[in-house]
Design a protein around this ligand. Structure first.
Ligand SMILES: [Zn+2]
Length: 220
């Protein structure tokens, strides 16, 4: 899933308005960032199905970044690190961040084929394969993006830059998510690994910058 992760994070900004939306979005994408790290270490990877040109999606071996139990652990760790650095409203921030990291399992579990392991590569695997109905799946993500943005817009203290900038960012990320429907040539593992690492940083860095004045005004 693409924009859907950012959408859930923007929705969660209502529950943790003191936390920068960029941090929330990074939490929602943390599993993909970890996939890049474990991919670089050679322990996780993508596979290209023979019918990729008509399926438009890859399959994965990713027990350390996308497993049910490990994502609970990564979520608690990420939340704890954030609360150690930023001590305001820490209990709420911890739970919201941990829940967002874990939400990646739920959302990817909707779209992937059954390949998200419960605990370890040989455990039962989850996946409802909504990617097999890709226009429907992408429409669902687009609706989520609109809902997430509307919830972000309702936050107190939003500036013109934070509101409209976030709208433009979400439109661009939604368009980027839709390009999956038209992809007929699969990327190589050596192209994927840097993308998995860099994309979550860029997709959270831009909203972090857009949201910084709103957060500063709230915590002042
Ligand atoms: Zn993922």
């Amino acid at each position: 899933m693409g924009i859907g992760h950012a959408a859930v994070a923007l929705g969660a900004s209502r529950a943790a308005p003191r936390v920068n939306a960029g941090i929330l979005i990074f939490a929602a994408f943390l599993a993909d960032f970890l996939l890049g790290v474990f991919g670089a270490l050679g322990v996780e990877r993508a596979h290209v199905p023979p019918d990729f040109s008509t399926r438009h999606y890859l399959t994965f071996t990713f027990p350390y970044s996308h497993g049910l139990v490990v994502l609970i652990g990564w979520g608690l760790l990420f939340g704890a690190i954030f609360c150690w650095v930023d001590r305001q409203d820490r209990v709420r921030a911890l739970w919201v961040l941990a829940a967002l990291v874990f939400s990646h399992f739920i959302l990817d579990g909707l779209v992937h084929v059954p390949e998200l392991p419960v605990l370890g590569q040989n455990s039962p695997k989850v996946g409802l394969a909504l990617w097999n109905h890709m226009p429907l799946e992408l429409t669902l993500e687009t609706v989520m993006a609109v809902a997430g943005l509307l919830m972000y817009w309702k936050l107190d203290g939003g500036t013109r830059l934070s509101r409209w900038g976030m709208a433009v960012f979400m439109v661009l990320l939604t368009a980027l998510t839709w390009t999956q429907l038209f992809s007929t040539t699969a990327p190589t593992q050596s192209q994927l690994v840097p993308t998995w690492i860099i994309a979550p940083i860029v997709f959270s860095g831009i909203p972090y910058w857009l949201d910084r004045r709103r957060v500063a005004a709230r915590t002042a």
